[in-house]
Design a protein around this ligand. Structure first.
Ligand code: UD1
Ligand code: CA
Length: 472
């Protein structure tokens, strides 16, 4: 038998008051991606003919958070009168012959495979359930003596006996071809919360002699709802654990998967090693053989094959060719573009700067708005003075320049190929190819210089410090 066309309803209009945050619940991120976007991508994976997103009137931010909306039907629920009322808002859009899958925006981590089993169930109404040791807060599944599902009772409406039921409603339903509008029409709000509960469609269907089934999953964490920040943190940990397992199975080595967080779209080459307390935020690509040492954070960057990111480095918006070494304690900011084999050492900050192959800045430097050629050596303490308080200016160091330690490069400035800069220089003008530029006070020596002396009053007690006379 051909399956009927599938429509999906995603409920995302609730106020999320239990979150106690100003950010709407649906925009709270899990692994850097808003909750609602997780649900939308699950819906897409199921290949529905249409996805209806039920949202409140105030949903501009939600719209902005979802890319490619061509396949989404935004349905406004003006007043939040319950999950059943929410689905009723979409009913006028349903096709006559489709089956409907209801997903909750705050149950974001279900996988398409789990939902597929629900979709394949031939029952008129199928509900996804799970057994929870602590079912508080969830709707409970009611069964008759024969074990058939006969209803769902919401937590707030439970009797003490019902409260003890540990099988709960995930909130996810499949309703067979063309049946949902009639079931919704029979909902009432005669309950503790005065809401139209979607869950009541189960008892309504049973009363009508329809066939109701349950699919029970063992994916407890994937089915858990996110109603407050405690559950949001639990969802984040679950997502990270599941993602880490997938990545390790695909060949990414993690010394401790519980101490690696990966957010957004991050792709990996082969033989990548991630040490503890590393955070990767997409979009990122991490090439073959890359080692990321402890405590490093990489965001929105491309890391070429065989790069070594030493401990406690921060990369954001950077692009590294192969064989670079960065850190420990390095900071690559947006527009840092490193050629093959570049070395960036401790306490070096690089911003909007291109460095050609084989160039090195090994210690304590700021390189901003610079174009640096190949095999350039940047001495310790080199600073590009790129900002005059209003404008940013460029520094150009051509191939094989050697910059002595503690040099200030006052931009705009161009240093020619193979030029050398003497240590401690403040360079304000161009240096031609192969020349030596030095700009510092000359050394003079004063013979027999009287050093200050400590004069002791009593043993161990400093009374005064004798200074050399002015002009000495
Ligand atoms: C709901 C179920 C409960 C189930 C639990 C699973 C009902 C009545 N209860 O309870 O049986 O165990 O989910 O997590 O269905 N929403 C709207 N419009 C509304 C109300 C809610 O769009 O008027 C949306 C919310 O944004 C949310 C979802 O529906 O994404 C669920 O609403 P929520 O209030 O969180 O229901 P629960 O109390 O968690
Ligand atoms: Ca909920």
């Amino acid at each position: 038998m051909m399956n009927p066309p599938l429509e999906i309803c995603v409920l995302a209009a609730g106020k999320g008051t239990r979150m106690k945050t100003m950010i709407p619940k649906m925009l709270q991120p899990i692994a850097g991606t808003p909750m609602i976007a997780h649900v939308v991508s699950t819906a897409r994976a199921l290949k529905s003919v249409k996805t209806h997103l039920i949202v409140s009137e105030d949903h501009a931010a939600l719209k902005a958070a979802i890319e490619d909306q061509g396949d989404l039907n935004w349905v406004v629920q003006k007043e939040q009168l319950g999950t059943g009322h929410a689905v009723q808002q979409a009913a006028p859009f349903f096709m006559a012959d489709s089956a409907v899958l209801v997903l909750l925006g705050d149950v974001p981590l279900l996988q398409p495979e789990t939902l597929q089993a629900l979709l394949e169930d031939p029952a008129d109404v199928a509900v996804l359930t799970v057994h929870l040791p602590n079912p508080a807060g969830y709707g409970r599944i009611q069964r008759d003596a024969a074990g058939c599902v006969i209803g769902i009772v919401e937590d707030k409406d439970t009797s003490p006996a019902e409260r003890a039921i540990t099988e709960i409603n995930s909130g996810i339903f499949k309703i067979g071809q063309g049946l949902l509008p009639d079931l919704l029409a029979q909902l009432t709000n005669h309950n503790e919360q005065g809401e139209y509960y979607l869950t009541d469609i189960v008892s309504i269907a049973v009363a009508r002699g329809l066939n109701v089934a349950s699919i029970t999953t063992d994916q407890v964490e994937a089915v858990s709802g996110v109603n407050d920040l405690v559950q949001l943190a639990a969802a984040e940990r679950f997502f990270q654990r599941r993602q880490a397992q997938q990545l390790m199975r695909a060949g990414v080595r993690m010394l401790d998967p519980a101490r690696v967080d990966i957010r957004g779209a991050v792709t990996f080459g082969r033989d990548v090693v991630l040490d503890v307390n590393t955070v990767l935020e997409g979009p990122c690509h991490i090439g073959d053989g890359v080692v990321v040492e402890a405590g490093s954070v990489i965001k929105n960057s491309e890391v070429g094959d065989n790069c070594l990111i030493k401990s406690h480095s921060s990369l954001e918006g950077a692009s590294l060719a192969q064989d670079c070494q960065v850190g420990p304690y390095a900071r690559l900011r947006p527009g840092a573009v490193l050629g093959a084999g570049v070395a960036i050492g401790n306490f070096v900050e690089v911003k909007q700067t291109t460095m050609g192959p084989g160039s090195k800045a090994s210690h304590l430097s700021y390189l901003g708005d610079a174009t640096i050629g190949s095999r350039v050596n940047i001495g310790a303490g080199t600073i590009t003075c790129n900002y005059d308080g209003v404008n940013k200016w460029q520094t150009i160091l051509e191939d094989e320049v050697f910059v002595g330690s503690n040099t200030a490069l006052v931009a705009p400035i161009t240093v020619g190929r193979g030029a050398t800069i003497g240590a401690g220089s403040t360079i304000t003008g161009a240096i031609p190819d192969a020349a030596l530029g030095v700009a510092r006070g000359r050394q003079r020596n004063i013979e027999d210089w009287p050093r200050p002396e400590k004069v002791l009053d009593a043993p161990g007690l400093v009374k005064k410090v004798k200074q050399p006379k002015a002009g000495d």
